[in-house]
Design a protein around this ligand. Structure first.
Ligand code: FE
Ligand code: FE
Ligand code: ZN
Length: 294
């Protein structure tokens, strides 16, 4: 079984998608994930069709299938918070625009952090997310929203199968909703990844494995159930290489894109480098080699 694996990459103003594809290829990845602009603001540059065209040429030459490419929504969208209606609608409308950008770029999946229950109960937060998502999905076409499984930091929603299920249950158009798993978040939320197949059994019964559209494969800096959400490099955290490798090769997940969101390696403060080429290579070889020792 050949892996579909890549990492998050940049999407700069100058080269846009072309730069993202070039970065992914430098890691020998066959997919990638990107943000269409800043993760912390709603400012977006105009898309350049010529750069998109060049990017697609490069993707085709290198067998990167656009249906495996993932976009991540910016962190500032919080559909759970409806304490200020005009702010809520601002983010609903911004998220609609993001879905349209994803479509213009030719992709079909966007990952969203479900939201945090601010000034409301969990139940109200979930209701707000459902209402917001239904508006977004109604007014856009084709792009699928993947709800990310969260670590449960603070008031974060979507840190269990049941919470994700209760959001999905409220979505009118089920074809447009799915899930993005994240191994660091799952560990931090209290799931024992050494028993990953038991988790998948429950997930399949309640939501359905066919709803998994993406898998963020990260190690964790913290022990199980810590609710911290700090990603570690593969093989350098509390989950460990063997467990993560067996998830990547789990036959029930075949065909699902795996995306690394691990931190850059710091030799010293002035010299950091991305780990993705090495982490991808280790997974392809099914063998952990410590690439930080040189
Ligand atoms: Fe995320
Ligand atoms: Fe993630
Ligand atoms: Zn995270």
């Amino acid at each position: 079984m050949s892996l579909i694996i890549g990492s998050h990459v940049g999407f700069g103003n100058k080269k846009q998608l072309l730069g993202s594809v070039e970065e992914a290829l430098s890691y020998k990845a066959n997919t990638f994930m990107f943000y269409t602009g800043s993760t912390q603001s709603t400012q977006r540059s105009e898309l350049n069709d010529e750069l998109t065209y060049e990017a697609y040429k490069l993707m085709v030459e290198n067998n990167i299938n656009s249906s495996n490419v993932i976009v991540h929504a910016p962190y500032i969208i919080n559909l759970a918070n409806r304490s200020d209606e005009s702010k809520f609608m601002f983010y609903v409308n911004f998220f609609k625009d993001e879905l349209n950008r994803v479509k213009t770029l030719g992709f079909d999946k966007i990952v969203l952090h479900p939201g945090s229950a601010v000034n409301c109960t969990k139940e109200e937060g979930i209701k707000n997310i459902i209402d917001g998502l239904n508006m977004v999905i109604n007014d856009t076409t084709s792009v699928k929203v993947l709800l990310e499984f969260m670590a449960g930091k603070g008031n974060e929603l979507g840190s269990s199968i049941d919470e994700l299920k209760s959001i999905i249950d409220g979505i009118n158009n089920k074809d447009r909703i799915g899930v993005c798993l994240d191994s660091c978040h799952m560990n931090d939320a209290g799931i024992d990844l050494n028993k990953f197949d038991e988790f998948l059994d429950e997930f399949d019964k309640k939501i359905g494995i066919n709803k998994i559209g993406c898998f963020h494969i990260n190690d964790s800096m913290n022990p199980i159930a810590s609710h911290k959400d700090r990603h570690a490099n593969i093989g350098f955290g509390t989950i460990g290489f063997e467990t993560l490798n067996s998830i990547v090769y789990n036959s029930r997940l075949s065909g699902i894109p795996f995306i690394l969101e691990t931190p850059y390696i710091n030799r010293n403060m002035s010299d950091e480098y991305p780990p993705y080429k090495y982490e991808i290579e280790n997974f392809r070889n099914k063998k952990f080699i410590d690439f930080t020792i040189q």
